[in-house]
Ligand binder design. Structure first.
Ligand code: AHM
Ligand code: MG
Length: 281
């Protein structure tokens, strides 16, 4: 598995470089930001595919950018689901973005997820790897060095509510309002990687991306986004549940692009989510 993490680290350094090069090209390309964005998504996907595709233990790669998983090496052991550049539209407004990876065995069902990683491209480039614990690394002079083990407290102060408010169900709005009434502060950038990273580093809080009236199954994808972060949160001593109050890591998939409502947080916030969602049962 170490060779997979090494390949992810090399990809991260190259994607960080690509993001900065696009930035340098910004002035003469400012009328075609949509196209530019697309290029960066594709470039990030290619970088990861080239790096992970060369690792002999990798059997299948499934990218958020591609409709079908790709067989790499029939004799390999691991299936990797990844989102090459999550929140990529935020690059244009110079907010942080990220890459997310889930490492599975046998299938892309969550119980088969054995490790996860994500990279945050912000003022600094950081990476978190979760295996038996969740560890934070910082990119400096081309190398990732260990910063700390991530560990959530029982309760935080951050509320990061995703989804279009107009489409929220009444019980969800009540949940979010009640946390604000308790004194929670709004911290939401619209990029799940930096939004969740902030909660992990600040040791608690709630990130929610609920099912809504227009999207009952939410927006975030199980295999590329939700399962990997659920792994990181649990290894950091936190929780990740769906709108039925079930553990995200017990979910299965029929299609790698399926989405699920999701809630990530520390103990107190997740208990609060369960209390408000209990009424819908
Ligand atoms: P993407 O994979 O197409 O970039 O979408 C995922 C992103 C997440 O980072 C973020 O939490 C969410 O979309 C925000 O979406 P929206 O602004 O549509 O609610
Ligand atoms: Mg994404």
């Amino acid at each position: 598995m170490q060779e997979i993490f090494q390949a992810i680290k090399r990809s991260a350094a190259k994607i960080a470089e690509a993001i900065h090069q696009e930035e340098r090209g910004y002035s003469h390309k400012k009328n075609s930001s949509g196209e530019q964005q697309l290029k960066l998504d594709i470039l990030s996907d290619e970088i990861i595919e080239n790096e992970l595709g060369a690792v002999s233990s990798v059997k299948v790669l499934a990218s958020e950018e591609k409709s079908e998983p790709m067989l790499i090496n029939g004799g390999g052991r691991y299936l990797i689901g990844y989102d090459p550049l999550d929140g990529s539209s935020l690059v244009d407004v110079n907010l942080s973005v990220g890459s997310i990876f889930g490492i599975y065995e046998e299938s892309f069902d969550a119980p088969n997820l054995i490790a996860a990683a994500y990279v945050v491209y912000g003022p600094r480039v950081e990476m978190v790897i979760s295996t038996v614990k969740a560890e934070r690394f910082l990119l400096s002079d081309g190398e990732f060095s260990f910063v700390e083990e991530l560990s959530l407290g029982e309760k935080g102060k951050i509320n990061a509510p995703g989804g279009t408010q107009k489409e929220w169900f009444a019980h969800h709005k009540e949940l979010i309002d009640s946390l604000f009434k308790e004194g929670y502060r709004l911290r939401y950038s619209g990029g799940m990687v930096p939004d969740l990273h902030q909660i992990l580093v600040k040791k608690g809080g709630l990130f929610s991306y609920p099912g809504t009236q227009d999207r009952p199954k939410g927006k975030l994808r199980k295999v590329f986004e939700v399962f990997p972060f659920a792994h990181v949160f649990e290894k950091a001593g936190g929780y990740a549940i769906d709108d039925r109050g079930e553990r995200i890591l017990s979910q299965r998939v029929n299609n790698v692009h399926e989405t699920t409502p999701c809630f990530f947080g520390s103990k107190y916030e997740i208990e609060t989510v369960k209390r408000f969602y209990e009424r819908t049962k």
